[in-house]
Design a protein around this ligand. Sequence first.
Ligand SMILES: Nc1ncnc2c1ncn2[C@@H]1O[C@H](COP(=O)(O)OP(=O)(O)OP(=O)(O)O)[C@@H](O)[C@H]1O
Ligand SMILES: [Mg+2]
Length: 224
Amino acid sequence: MPVIIETDKLNKWYKGAEDFHALIDVSVQIEEGEFVSIVGQSGSGKSTLLYVLSTLDTDYTGRISVAGSDLKKLSKNQLAAFRNASIGFVFQFHYLLPEFTVLENVCLPALKLAKFDEDQIEEMALQKLDILGLKSQAIKKASMLSGGQQQRVAIARALINEPRIIFGDEPTGNLDSANSAMVFDIFKELSANHNQTIVIVTHDPDIADRTDRKIVMKDGKVAL
Ligand SMILES: Nc1ncnc2c1ncn2[C@@H]1O[C@H](COP(=O)(O)OP(=O)(O)OP(=O)(O)O)[C@@H](O)[C@H]1O
Ligand SMILES: [Mg+2]
């Protein structure tokens, strides 16, 4: 399989009263269709790595290439367009809009992309909600759902544009074991049968062991 994400000597400093070197010479390659987990102790740089790989954090040195594009060479607008079309996020800070319905929340990224009309988007959204066992919740306000249900809505939302790459920071973090297993199976299916690339940070060793490959972070470096 071709490489879809590649970094070369990636370094990241958090600037402050005292600068902190959060990523040190990180060189990784991830193949298209791979399901990869990023593991390691708290503070080892997992989220930091995920944010730079997923284009959300552009303050780094070194090279990151995603789907053939050198991210440093893209303008702000090009980066945003690339992100909308090609990347899905299941991050803890990407909250649902509580006053909007579940369906509206899932439709939003597709409305933003504007590739399909509203009726088509609604149908696609209902299909994603169905996969996540949430079709019956579609017209409820997002704030009415349980934490685990909201997490699954966030996953449906990440899938709506059928992105080539899905990034998740603890996507099963708030879920019980049955819901975690459901989410894992969905990711597995997307990578195995739809060639979508999945990169998740997880603290759950059972989940990590069942991904195709683990990237182990230690003190800002990829541990060998
Ligand atoms: N905005 C920031 N400013 C300064 N330091 C930061 C900032 N964000 C993270 N750090 C530091 O960078 C290091 C890596 O943080 P990161 O959030 O990537 O860890 P993590 O592996 O995701 O940990 P966890 O498992 O607890 O989520 C930590 O030492 C953290 O304190
Ligand atoms: Mg983290």
